[in-house]
Write a protein that binds this ligand. Structure first.
Ligand SMILES: C[S@@+](CC[C@H](N)C(=O)[O-])C[C@H]1O[C@@H](n2cnc3c(N)ncnc32)[C@H](O)[C@@H]1O
Length: 421
């Protein structure tokens, strides 16, 4: 009789040794990302027979990790990824470079190392402080299965204006409209023992929930499967559940699993609510719009100043109107610049052509379109006026015919750089 293997489930923690990953996970399961912190080598007894690390030789430990990540490689989607949180440690008065030794093994399997992130934390586990300097960080290794991998990088950009240097107001051309890219040093404090509730797990090293959320956000979409082969207190699994992903965990200590199951029942609703609140991208959209508005206005101002420098045309105004998204490579926005005054258009066009083809204007991501017009003061009514030195807050007291007001636009921005960091 041929026995067919039962399909493996999702949203479950298997009380199994993760060395058996390929026996447990059936081929219908395709993992999008794995996020895990492996057991420490020979330092902590997680009180189960099948644990790896404790009581092993370094070589056996490395080979076991290699075989687990080899199995995971097989069940990972082609565009899938792997995050490993791992640290060096000291033995015989020397640093053992576990993150790099493990990387060498994973490369043999076919995992591609894409990034090494420094996780800066306020304190580390006690045994790692055996040098003359304080240990303040741990490594996060980010691997991919192929060179084309899922990454929602834009969704984790920093666009909270309180966390950007105030220059973004004056120099919008230097900021990506979707926000500042994450850097390779991540600062997340480790959860304090006890903040998990008295009855919850006294597990040694729970990961910060926000840090796990960042990894999940970057490398998965809703409904994707997230795996943690060393689930521990289940931070990766609970965060995945809050964020509408499916999870699979492995954990040899059944006590931890029971505690995780109680924890997720208790916190699921609030975790899901928090995710839904932070998941709307309105504020990122607003930031993007503000940066693009600032760029369009500043472009007009820089253009005006440079034309004044390079020609005898000194007193004129420019009306700035956004005309939609640009289809050109490296350009984001089409903007009309209506130059108001009587000019020799051919001469003017020549000056402008040279100006827009070189920095700084060529760096603004703007596809400009120019017209030359003579219009009456009445036609300027209803527009916001900006001076030659400031296009991030409109000129309040000056009426728009004042000679100080040089840029006019239906765009309204009113930012005070000192209100930001
Ligand atoms: C460093 S902890 C993981 C902590 C976890 N990231 C968290 O946020 O709580 C490593 C875990 O792996 C478990 N473990 C050790 N050997 C294992 C194995 N062979 N298979 C599955 N789990 C194992 C240990 O019991 C321990 O809970």
């Amino acid at each position: 009789m041929v026995r067919t293997k039962r399909k493996s489930n999702v949203d479950v923690v298997y009380n199994e040794d993760s060395r058996r990953v390929l026996d447990i996970i059936t081929p219908d399961i395709k993992v999008q990302t794995t996020i895990t912190s492996p057991p420490y080598f020979d330092m902590k007894d997680y009180e189960s027979d099948d644990q790896i690390g404790y009581g092993q030789t370094y070589n056996d430990y490395l080979m076991d990790l290699k075989s687990i990540f080899e199995g995971i490689h097989k069940i990972t989607k082609e565009d899938g990824t792997l995050w490993i949180i791992i640290d060096t440690f000291k033995r015989n008065n020397q640093v053992v470079t576990l993150p790099f030794d493990l990387t060498d093994k994973l490369k043999e399997i076919g995992w591609l190392l894409q990034d090494i992130i420094i996780w800066k934390k306020d304190k580390t586990v006690p045994w790692s402080n055996s040098g003359f300097m304080q240990r303040k960080f741990e490594y996060i290794l980010f691997f991919t299965k192929s060179s084309k991998y899922k990454s929602n990088r834009d969704s984790v950009r920093v666009y909270d204006t309180n966390h950007l240097k105030k220059w973004w107001v004056k120099y919008p051309e230097r900021y990506n409209p979707k926000g500042k890219a994450l850097d390779e040093v991540w600062e997340f404090p480790i959860p304090i023992q006890g903040s998990w509730g008295d009855k919850y797990i006294r597990h040694f090293c729970p990961l910060p929930q926000d840090m796990v959320a960042t990894m999940i956000q970057i490398s998965t979409d809703e409904d994707d499967i997230v795996l943690d082969p060393f689930a521990g207190s289940g931070t990766v699994l609970s965060q995945s559940a809050y964020m509408k992903r499916k999870y699979i965990g492995f954990e040899t200590n059944n006590e931890y699993i029971k505690m995780f199951e109680a924890y997720i029942r208790r916190t699921f609703e609030i975790g899901r609510k928090e995710y839904e609140l932070t998941n709307n991208n309105i504020s990122q959209g607003q930031f993007e719009e503000t940066i693009l508005n600032l760029r369009a206005l500043k472009y007009g101002r820089v253009l005006l100043t440079n034309i004044q420098k390079k020609s005898e045309f000194k007193k004129f105004k420019i009306i700035v109107e956004i005309d939609g998204a640009s289809n050109l490579i490296h350009k984001l926005l089409k903007v009309k610049y209506r130059i108001i005054g009587e000019f020799d258009e051919a001469l003017f066009a020549n000056i402008i052509d040279n100006l827009i083809a070189s920095p700084p204007l060529s760096k603004f991501g703007i596809e400009p379109c120019f017209s030359f017009e003579v219009i009456s003061e009445d036609d300027l009514q209803g527009l916001y006026g900006y001076t030659q030195t400031n296009t991030y807050s409109f000129a309040k007291d000056g009426d728009i015919s004042s000679h100080k007001v040089r840029i006019l636009s239906p765009i309204c921005v009113d930012l005070n750089e000192n209100d930001y960091l």
